[in-house]
Design a protein around this ligand. Structure first.
Ligand code: PLP
Length: 455
């Protein structure tokens, strides 16, 4: 147990705060890091130590931690109109402007937007919309939701049920009717001798089989991240979306792109679905939507779902759903500024320009024999640690290799995230070349140290 001075920030944190998604033995040994502020892509703790945050918070702080324009947009809106809802036929002018903008930058020729406070709530909202319109269309049995193993969609009861992670069993989740299909990670799940095209075809066949088994008329939707993020940065196997979308279309099952991580530039395009060349039926957005400067999520419906939802609303003249802070004017003003920063002030161009450099630097590091795979795109990458590269043999879980690497990085002032046996890097888009080199150097040193200990 790490000792802290009585009444220090660390001791106070440990006395009164609950920790989400935290390895508590690690905190007991190493102590809590309490942060006071940020400078560009760095965060600073109560002892004045600086950390290059190669996770951009939780993928969301794409403009770094001290973007003046975003803070000023929030301040100006707080001064003008600090809060409102979107109920009873009233909403703020900023909400109107953001919906217009989101439809304009979406891949849809037309559509409509509904706001939430988080990505989890946006997924829940989308599921409720599908259940609502299926009931109105006299198909109340069409409730099942298809997602994939390793997919991450959030933590509320419904979005946790969608998430394909075994840890949700501690809550007695998933709920009935949430089905998980195969993860499109060829390197890990491709069978011996199977080509990538054959692997993709196998996943498409699995989808056909599940639809046949369950009955297409019982399924409400298929949700997928274009690149799985919290599953360990897993880009889809080649041709994956091109293989599954026609099957979903044939059976009338909407494809919902969960763009909470990919949306607004992380893959080098506005949307991950553009990078992987498909147009979904709706988009779930959050995180970079406000560059992390305000909690907000959004459901963006494409034309068909917009019309079906409207037709379902008409007979009862109401969509009985919404949050107190749905369409919060400050969130909307910040999102409008964030979209401008990403699309017009060059933030997305920085990802496009920096991605080859990021990949090249990580490829050098990935030459280490204990790295089995480097995978990613744009500014989202993962290095997977293995005991044996040839056989893709993982390290014994008890060694906590990725946690040790991440902890060593933290000691040296670099924040990166252990996910399974992978180390994930998803920095702010504003990273300079020198900061990227700092990330490479610190990561490489930590990998070498830990692999020398466990290798
Ligand atoms: N969907 C994806 C793809 C995510 O990565 C996340 C969070 O990481 C969520 C949904 C949930 O978002 P939130 O944490 O804002 O509820």
């Amino acid at each position: 147990m790490k000792d802290h001075a009585p009444n220090s920030w660390e001791a106070r944190a440990e006395a009164h705060s609950l920790y989400g998604f935290t390895d508590l033995p690690s905190v007991r040994e190493r102590g809590t890091v309490v942060l006071t502020h940020g400078e560009g892509p760095y965060v600073v703790d109560t002892n004045g130590k600086r950390y290059l945050d190669a996770n951009a918070g939780l993928w969301n702080m794409i403009a770094g931690f001290d973007h003046k324009g975003l803070a000023e947009a929030a301040k100006a809106q707080y001064d003008r109109f600090p809060g409102y809802h979107a109920f009873f036929g009233r909403m703020s002018d900023q909400t109107v402007a953001l919906s217009e903008k989101l439809v304009e930058v979406s891949p849809f020729p037309r559509g409509k937007v509904f706001y939430t406070n988080s990505g989890s709530e946006a997924n829940d909202t989308m599921v409720k919309m599908l259940w609502f319109l299926n009931r109105a269309e006299d198909r109340p049995q069409a409730r099942k939701i298809l997602t994939r193993w390793n997919g991450y969609h959030g933590v509320t009861v419904v979005s946790a049920s969608m998430t394909g992670k075994p840890y949700n069993s501690v809550f007695g989740l998933p709920l009935e009717g949430f089905l998980h299909l195969g993860c499109p990670h060829y390197w890990r799940y491709g069978a011996e001798g199977e080509t990538e095209a054959e692997f993709t075809a196998r996943l498409a066949q699995e989808l056909e089989d599940v639809i046949a088994r369950e009955g297409a008329d019982t399924i409400a939707g298929f949700f997928a991240e274009p690149v799985m993020g919290a599953g360990g940065v897993i880009p889809p196997s080649a041709g994956y979306f091109q293989a599954i979308q026609p099957i979903l279309k044939k059976h009338g099952i909407p494809l919902i792109a969960d763009e909470v991580i990919c949306g607004f530039g992380r893959t080098g395009n506005t949307w991950g679905c553009q990078t992987y060349d498909f147009v979904p039926d709706a988009i779930i957005s959050s995180k970079a939507l406000t560059a992390g400067y305000f909690p907000m999520g959004a459901v963006i419906l494409g034309p068909e779902l917009t019309d079906r939802l409207q037709a379902a609303i008409d007979p009862i003249e109401e969509f009985p759903h919404g949050f107190t802070a749905s369409g919060h004017p400050v969130g909307c003003a910040v999102a409008l500024k964030a979209i401008d920063v990403v699309m017009n002030e060059g933030l997305m161009d920085m990802v496009r320009a920096g991605a080859p450099r990021m990949e090249a630097g990580l490829r050098e590091i990935a030459k280490h024999p204990n790295i089995g795979e480097l995978r990613g795109i744009g500014y989202m990458w993962a290095l997977e640690a293995v005991k044996n590269r040839e056989g893709k043999v993982p390290f014994d879980g008890k060694l906590s290799v990725s946690e040790r690497i991440a902890n060593t990085c933290t000691d040296h002032g670099l924040i990166c995230r252990p996910l399974g046996q992978s180390i994930v890097l998803c920095p702010p888009f504003t990273l300079t070349d020198a900061q990227m080199d700092e990330m490479f150097e610190k990561l490489d040193a930590a990998l070498r140290k830990v692999f020398a200990e466990v290798g």
